[in-house]
Design a protein around this ligand. Structure first.
Ligand code: THU
Length: 157
């Protein structure tokens, strides 16, 4: 039997059309992207997380001369959240980037490894994590949950 999978997401021309608290997340992600340690790719990624208690946590990509030892911004902030606040649920993760690695109008979409970690956050807390992705020309995509970004993930089917 053939089946079709559809996902729903919202697209905005600019993140400045988001509500105030989501805009704050985007600003915080841009702020932390300045702390990226990215001498090899010169691609500066920022990730911010809105927690259920109202707090915002942030992280940036951290590279290493032994390339695979580095870590993406998303995993930096999620592992920080998990280690500091293991019981606090995460409502939303927002990811932004600056650099020539991606054309200006392309959305920074989390890599497969980050999606896997984002998905486990969702499964672990038994609540959806919203995902906000912003391109360098401000285009914004909003997904309702991580599962939509990683269908048929290991252990879920
Ligand atoms: N990177 C992230 O931080 N997040 C992503 O979603 C994709 C890529 C980082 C890893 C590396 O430091 C640089 O961007 C280039 O791939």
């Amino acid at each position: 039997m053939e089946k079709i999978l559809t996902i729903q997401f919202r697209e905005l021309e600019s993140w400045k059309l988001l509500n105030d608290s989501d805009q704050e997340l985007v600003k915080k992600a841009y702020e932390i992207s300045q702390n990226a340690y990215a001498p090899y790719s010169e691609f500066y990624v920022g990730a911010s997380v809105q927690m259920a208690n109202g707090e915002i946590l942030t992280g940036s990509n951290q590279e290493n001369i032994a390339y695979p030892s580095g870590l993406c911004a998303e995993r930096v902030v999620l592992f920080y959240a998990g280690s500091q606040f293991p019981k606090t649920k995460i409502d939303t993760i927002c990811v932004v980037a600056k650099g020539d690695l991606l054309p200006f109008d392309k959305i920074l979409s989390p890599c497969g490894a980050c999606r896997q970690v984002m998905l486990e956050t969702e499964i672990r807390q038994t609540d959806q994590v919203r995902v906000i992705l912003v391109s360098q020309n401000e285009k914004t995509l909003i997904f309702n949950n991580v599962k939509d970004l990683l269908p048929f993930a290991f252990g879920t089917i």
